[in-house]
Ligand binder design. Structure first.
Ligand code: FAD
Length: 445
């Protein structure tokens, strides 16, 4: 009899992993606690769009579905920084032709389900919440979210792709020597919208990720296919200028007029959106190991939930699918080896991207408005253009390469210490483009 595999969570990673496993001939059942996203109106006020980049594309191309997803993606070639006076500064993300891509999270999830469901050996079950996993018998107890009826089913393998608050992980937390930590930022986020022009066109450049960096907080905007932009305000929960301090329509107007004046005209529904859309928190989850014997494994946010500031949460989850598939290639049906090696080797990369994402918050909200930072990026770009074999900017290592995140982090730290020495020169603004600076960097390398 064929192995029976349960995937808990029909999110982005669960649906992609189902396709990977089905292609290898396994019988896959995907269980989702929510109703079918394709039928229900679940997306109101939660129209998150995500930046999809090379690691994600590789995983999608790995099962031949990249092109179908490209149809729904908008390339963003660089960041557009908006200062308080409405002045714009553009910074390319990578080399000519390199881009990250804006995709709707809900739209992508639906598309993945539509691709997965026709497989004869994939079955989706909705409204069924995983309540517990019996690690001895490998049985899962589900509860129907409407009828509250409980059922139990046995599987050969269980994949926990049930997101940052994973029920599967919660079960593993009760096993011996399981490490777990969660860390909440003092900032939360709220989605706002820039609607399309009447003719359906975008109000601002759709091929940029727009950032309004303001030190302690920031606003970003990513384009949607329908001409609108989903904006996200990352803002402290508490304090003088915070979610807590904004209570009325006029507080919202005053705040936006002071800090984001150029956005005011673009958001006719600002106050409604502000009060109707939820304020959500941002958590980093780390745990180890990511498996339990050869029975249960965690992937995606369930094992490494990260803050969104490097645009790598989904990309890293998709890369889990690539890495896992390579291990299946290597070890065949030896699940014990696959799970062990996945857990042992991949955790350091999960931790590295968690660290990088936390650091990038400071870079995005603060440094993108800093002339020293912009100069540093300019120097790095010059060195990388002239000596691509010697210097790849950290952002490119993370976003446009498949180098393990842990190695990108280590390289980035080495490069940063070199750049600190160079940027410490009092005359750096005058000499940044000189041979002297270039040679100094090459010497320090
Ligand atoms: P999820 O997408 O959370 O899916 C988990 C699924 O499991 C859900 O469908 C849930 O309903 C289901 N589930 C949960 N519990 C149970 C249960 N007990 N039983 C059954 N089903 C269950 N990533 C990027 O790569 N780029 C970005 O630009 C980016 N931007 C982001 C911006 C914001 C504001 C946020 C919050 C996240 C962003 N991310 C980004 C991260 C990205 O959204 C996540 O990393 C990604 O969705 C994780 O996919 P997943 O499948 O692991 O988990």
């Amino acid at each position: 009899m064929n192995e029976k595999i349960a995937i808990i969570g029909a999110g982005l990673v669960g649906s992609l992993q189902a396709i990977y496993l089905a292609k290898r001939g396994y019988d896959v059942e995907v269980y989702e606690r929510r109703p079918d996203l394709r039928k229900a109106e679940l997306l109101a006020g939660k129209s998150i769009n995500l930046a999809l980049s090379d690691r994600g594309w590789k995983a999608l191309d790995g099962v031949g579905i990249g092109d179908e997803i490209r149809e729904m993606a908008i390339p963003m070639n660089g960041r557009m920084m908006h200062d308080k006076d409405g002045n714009l500064t553009y910074q390319a993300y990578g080399k000519e032709g390199q881009a990250i891509y804006s995709v709707s999270r809900g739209g992508l999830n639906q598309r993945l389900m539509n691709i997965a469901e026709p497989y004869e050996n994939i079955d989706y079950f909705f409204d069924l919440k995983c309540k517990d996993v019996n690690l001895k018998s490998n049985e899962i107890t589900f509860q129907h979210t409407q009828t509250k009826e409980k059922t139990t089913k046995k599987f050969d393998r269980i994949f926990g792709t049930d997101g940052a608050f994973s029920a599967v992980r919660t079960r593993l937390q009760k096993t011996n020597r399981f490490n777990y930590s969660q860390f909440y930022l003092e900032h939360g986020y709220k989605e706002l919208t820039i609607p399309a022009n009447e003719d359906g066109s975008h109000k601002i450049d759709k091929n940029c990720l727009h950032i309004w960096p303001r030190g302690e907080f920031m606003l970003i905007a990513l384009a949607n296919l329908d001409g609108s932009f989903t904006c996200t305000l990352f803002f402290p929960f508490e304090g003088k200028v915070s979610f807590e301090s904004i209570k009325t329509d006029s507080d919202v107007i005053d705040f936006f007029s002071e800090y984001f004046p150029d956005v005011m005209d673009l958001m006719p529904n600002l106050t409604e959106d502000y009060f109707e859309n939820p304020t959500s928190s941002l958590v980093t989850v780390r745990c180890a190991p990511w498996h339990y014997s050869d029975k249960v494994v965690l992937m995606g946010d369930a094992s490494h939930a990260i803050v969104p500031f490097y645009g790598q949460g989904m990309n890293s989850g998709f890369e889990d699918c690539t890495v896992f598939n390579q291990l299946m290639e290597k070890h065949g049906n030896n699940w014990d080896e696959i799970f062990k090696e996945f857990s042992r080797d991949r955790i350091k990369d999960g931790n590295a991207i968690a660290d990088l994402a936390l650091r990038n918050f400071i870079e995005m909200r603060d440094l993108t408005a800093d002339p020293m930072f912009l100069l540093q990026k300019k120097i790095e770009r010059k060195i990388s253009d002239k000596h691509p074999d010697k210097w790849t900017p950290l952002y490119s290592q993370v976003t446009f390469s498949h180098e393990p995140y842990s190695e990108a982090l280590a390289n980035g730290e080495r490069q940063d210490s070199i750049m600190k020495q160079v940027m410490d020169r009092h005359d750096i603004f005058d000499v940044w483009d000189s041979d002297e600076i270039e040679n100094e960097i090459l010497r320090l390398l």
